[in-house]
Structures are given as structure tokens and as C-alpha cells.
Write a new protein. Sequence first.
Length: 453
Amino acid sequence: MISRRRFVENLGLSSGALFLKPIAESLFNRAQGAAVRTKRVVYLLSGNGMRRDWTFTPPEISLPSSGWDPVLPGKTSFTWPAMFKKLEPYRSRALLIDGLANQMPGAMHSTGYGALSCFTAAGGASNEELAAPGGITIDQHIAKGMNTAFKSVLVGVGPNKSVFASGRERPEAAITDPAQLHRALFGASASDTNGLAGGNRLRQKALFDVYRKDIARLTRGLATSERIPLDRYLEAIEGLDQQARLLAGLVCPAPSAPAAAAVVEDTLEQVVTFANMALICGITNVVGISAGTSKSHNHFPKYTRALRDAGLDPAERDWTYGHDEDSIVRQGMTAVYNYLSGIFVSMIKALEKVPEGDGNMFDNTVFIMLSCNAEAHHANHEGWPMLVVGNAGGALKADGRFIRYPHKGSSKEYRGLCDFHSTIATAVGVATESFGKGGSEPPKGVLSELLAV
């Protein structure tokens, strides 16, 4: 048997080397009979809160006006929330979780980096004004334990995108320009600062042609049974090429020109497509999506298409406000979260097409959706509603349960959001019991009722 290193070196790959090397190594493992189960995680954060007293909490489960009763180890018989309707086909592989505390005084409209770090802003500044992060966020903590070309791929939409950090006072920006993301992931020859129009599109087409030739060369070095997964990767490349052709008509030819994407959904879907491609190709195992995070006033995206699809008028009002008495905003936020659920669905369906081990890539991936402002527009952050989809290769007990932890104000047995982050890190192979130590809540270890082992 030749070594993995020699196998990859002998491929003679050209410009597509970074793109194809992880695929080649995966196929080498498969050819040698080794199970390939790379674990991945995707975080999606939205702003303006995820209201538990609107549609997050199923009607079969009571929600007292002050505090709440724990729902442990969880219930599986309930009406699936309308805000996640598009994900209902995956409910048997999902979890709805509430009650985890991560209190941050003074952050009524956003905790900024605090949602993923569990630290208040550095220097005592306001989290919601995007002050410097107080600590590393869980996505970057996990990424440090992954051996990939890109430690993570962070994308977003909206004026304020920074909810990711590699350490105290070390923010990690989310990329919001599809052309910039494409350059970063797939090579400078694909595009330049003038976008993907005109001559740039010709250079990009040439790059995809190189990818195709490299795949053909790789295919010749494999037995017939090992060639089958390459068909899926080639399909993914063809899909990326098609997406880029569409992108060529959406990105303006000069940097000074306005963005050509008609609505914010166009941009979000484009950057998510490329981020998901990075997962499929093994360029990264960690994706972060910032969908209109941070202070909601004047910064929350207007999801025009999502609102119209729900029969709402995007111009009717300021959709950044989510107060209790506002039934119209309730409808709007339900529509927004259902739209974001569709983002997850599109990513999951693409991963399901790629074989991995004895299943597919989705089998080894976990998706997490939460708000950077916990449970409301004016939040106390004493409970943190969230959605989890996928079981990280069987490490998580994602089995359709609704779970609610004890209320911090009424029980010493309460748990912090930091413990959830430790649990996810452990599930994807970066084990820890103390993420967020020194932050807003004391770590108590992983949440055993979420782990399969």
C-alpha cells in the first residue's frame, strides 16, 4: 500500500490542489477500507430574539408568565413550531432547547459576541454596540481542533456581522460579498476586485475547467468502486459553476457600483452556497452564518422575499421591533425564522447527496440556530431558545425532543449556555467541560442528556 502522502503527491493536481486535496485524502481512506466520518458544525445566528412565548414553545407545553417548569429529559409529542416549518421533515433528527442562561447586563438588543463566547464585551463596554469580544467564540474554539485548509468559513448579511471571535479583543469578520468569498475559497484566478463579470468570468471558467481536468486525473488513479463518490463532487462543482454564472449577472463590474442583488436573501443564499461547498470539499469543517445579528434597531435586515412569501408587506412597518403586544411583528419574525430554516434545508440536501462512511455528509454534521439576543427583542438572556438539527455522527441524541432546563431565578440546578457549547464541541471531537470559564455563567460540564455516549 502506498502512503496517503505519496498518493496525494502523485496525483499531479494543478490549480485545484487546495480544492481537491481533502477529497483525494478522503477517497484514499475509502480505498484503504477506512471509515470516513468527518464531523462538522454550522452555526446560524439571527438578531431580534427567538420568542419562546410566540411560536417557539409548542402549545402542549406550558410557559408560565414568570419562570418556567423544566422539561427534562424532554418530550417528543408536540406540535412542531411554525417558525421552523420547513425543517419539519427533519424533526426526528432535531432538538428544540430552551432555558439555558447566559445573562449579560445592559444588553437589551444584542449580546454581540456573547451568544457564542458567553463573555461580556471586553473592558465593560456594551455588547450590543459591537464592542471588542470578551473571549473566544465556540465556532473558533472548535475550529482550532480541526485540521483543514480554512479553520472556518464565516459569512453574513446586514450592517453588523461580527459575532465571531478567535479570542479576547480578536474579532473574526464574516464575509458578505459572494465574489470575495469565492476568491478566498477557490482561488484568486476565479475573480478579482471587479467581480465576476466580463473577462473575470472567462478566467473563472478556465479555473473550473482545471478542476474538471484534475478530477478526471484523480479518477484514473482509483478503482471503479472508489470513483463513485467523485461523481457527487463533480456534480457539486457543476452546481458551483452554475451558481457562479448567475453570480456574474448579479455582481456589478466596478467596486463603486451598487450591489446588484435585488434583496438581502439573494446575497445570503449566495454566500451560504459557497460556504456549504467548502464543507463538501473538505476545505473547512466549521461554518458560521450571521443573518442580521447585533443591535436590532436599524440593523435588522429587511427580508423582503421572506415577508412577501408570508403575505406581509415589507414596507408596512419597521420590522426590527419585536415587542410582546405586536402581533404583526410576530408574524414577520415567524416568517423570517422559517426562511432561515429553509437555508438549513438547502445545505442539508446538498450534504445528503455526498456519500461518507456508511451514510452521507449530513449524518456527520450538526446545525445550530439561535439568536444573538436570546428570547426577545428586549431580552433578559435567562433562557436561550435554539434549534439543533443533526447528530454529529451519532454523538448527539438529536431525537425530536423539546427540552427545557430549570429557570436560573428559581433553581440552583440551572445550566448555562456555555455548557451547551461544551456539549457541541465534545460531540464533534473537540472535547471540553469548561468552555466559557470566567464568563457570564459558571461552566458545569457537558449536558449529558444531549450526548449519546
